[in-house]
Design a protein around this ligand. Structure first.
Ligand code: NDP
Length: 448
């Protein structure tokens, strides 16, 4: 459809003119736009209503100063962000990232992808994201607490249980959410529903910590089953060793696969006997140490510096669970050379556009993050439901709901790709299925 192609191209070039330096955001928008052309034949009203230009513009961006005092008594200043991207389907929902690389481009790319991910869950949540360039690594608990208190002192005026409900992401786990919640409560009184990913004693949900990693593996398992395959006896590599990676490793092992390597931002460990999940959990979650320490208790493992996707070792399934753009064209080619048959993303946008093209050319199974890692936000929405009802469901109950949601997302993505004649293209399936629901919802609310 000539008109649709022209509309897409014009929308993208306008954006490039407005935000030429926001490389991650432009990349996320380009990936989305590249796959949605088939939608406009069935929905010409999306062009009349200029939905694309509206959906790539955040409803609101909040940027603020976060001053705090370190243990030496020096005043430090970081930058805080919250992007309230789209509330067509419900209150803004999406995590907070604390990492030195955080800037407006990164938060916008994450917030943009969150719109479609949240739509795919089928739950009534809009898309948002936030964070700071604060680095929690090597900070004392007291420093992290003072930073979180200062961050929340400003953020609290912009969020609320029916308005915007942040959660965790890179650098924001139970400890940080606890401090953020404590400060919110001090200012506004007790409202457990304002943050998700809370520790259990503060109204958190069982299985929220595990949800993104488990959900990723449930999705991947469905995708493999559809091809008559499974995790059984497969060798798997998982990048990262944080929240998502850790529980992906645990679930892969439960399903009969062997995770032979994982990583952090310094390097990776290769343990052909299978990564010992309990040791990684202790090192990363409890002791907050580097992954290199793993080899001191596991002599069969080898530690190397560099990118994990450089590994030359036969394996079949790749689960990137660290960060954006960790896989480029050459690393994707290396995966294929090692025998990879499926890539499923626990991280957000871990494969760059050229890497995705390599997967396509090789004809392997590929599940983009916005579908495969939606389990985290899905269980966050279940945490909101439990908070509203003043109830807490059992681990099994939440895990069962998570399994059903991931299965439903898989089926919707697969069937949407088929319906729009791009069978097997899960990027298109996820983008189209997520987008159509939001676009229809936006139109029904008028020009707002
Ligand atoms: P964590 O902070 O718990 O862990 C992040 C992991 O990735 C760490 O091992 C970290 O290593 C590594 N990492 C971070 N930056 C880099 C980098 N530049 N290069 C190499 N490795 C890096 O975060 P999460 O596990 O929560 O998040 C991981 C990914 O999953 C992110 O893309 C996030 O957006 C996505 N995600 C998370 C969800 C959640 O529920 N937590 C939900 C959906 C998606 P190091 O310790 O050395 O920094």
């Amino acid at each position: 459809m000539e008109e649709a192609r022209k509309y897409i191209e014009e929308t993208y070039s306008k954006l490039v003119k407005k935000d030429p330096d926001q490389t991650e955001f432009l990349q996320a928008v380009k990936e989305f736009l590249n796959s949605i052309e088939p939608v406009f034949t069935a929905h010409p009203e999306f062009i009349e209503q200029n939905i694309l230009e509206r959906i790539i513009e955040p409803e609101r961006i909040i940027q603020f100063r976060v001053p705090w005092t370190d243990d030496q008594g020096r005043v430090q200043v970081n930058r805080g962000f919250r992007v309230q991207f789209n509330s067509a389907n419900g209150p803004y929902k999406g995590g907070l990232r604390f990492h030195p690389s955080v800037n407006q481009s990164i938060i916008k790319f994450l917030g943009f992808e969150q719109i479609f991910k949240n739509s795919l869950t089928g739950l009534p949540i809009g898309g948002g994201k936030g964070g700071s360039d604060f680095d929690p690594k090597e900070k004392s608990d007291a420093e992290v607490m003072r930073f979180c208190q200062s961050f929340m002192t400003e953020l609290q005026r912009h969020i609320g249980p029916d308005l915007d409900i942040p959660a965790g992401d890179i650098g924001v786990g139970g400890r940080e959410i606890g401090y953020l919640y404590g400060q919110y409560k001090r200012i506004n009184g007790s409202q457990a529903g304002v943050l998700t990913g809370k520790p259990l004693m503060l109204g958190g949900s069982l299985a929220r910590t595990e949800a993104t990693g488990y959900g990723l593996v449930y999705f991947t398992d469905k995708m493999l089953q559809n091809e008559g395959k499974s995790f059984e006896n497969k060798k798997v590599i998982v990048s990262g060793s944080g929240n998502v990676a850790l529980y992906a490793i645990q679930k892969v092992h439960e399903l009969g696969g062997t995770v032979i390597a994982c990583s952090d931002s310094n390097g990776y460990i290769l343990d052909p006997a299978g990564i010992d999940y309990t040791t990684v959990k202790q090192l990363k979650e409890v002791e907050r140490k580097r992954i290199s320490e793993y080899v001191t208790t596991h002599p069969t493992a080898i530690y190397s510096e560099g990118n994990i996707w450089d590994i030359e070792e036969a394996y079949q399934i790749a689960l990137p669970c660290a960060t954006q753009n960790e896989v480029n064209k050459d690393l994707a080619k290396n995966m294929i050379a090692q025998g990879v048959i499926a890539v499923a993303e626990g991280a957000n946008m871990p494969s760059d556009l050229e890497a995705i093209e390599v997967y396509r050319q090789a004809g392997i199974l590929y599940a983009p993050g916005k579908a495969a890692n939606a389990g985290g936000v899905a269980v966050s929405a279940l945490e909101m439901s439990q908070n509203s009802q003043r109830l807490s469901w059992s681990f099994e109950e939440v895990d069962e709901k998570l399994t059903d949601i991931m299965e439903a997302i898989y089926t919707e993505v697969r069937d949407t790709a088929k319906l729009y004649q791009v069978e097997g293209d899960f990027v298109a399936g996820a983008n189209i299925a997520g987008f159509v629901k939001v676009a229809l919802s936006m139109i029904s609310q008028g020009i707002v």
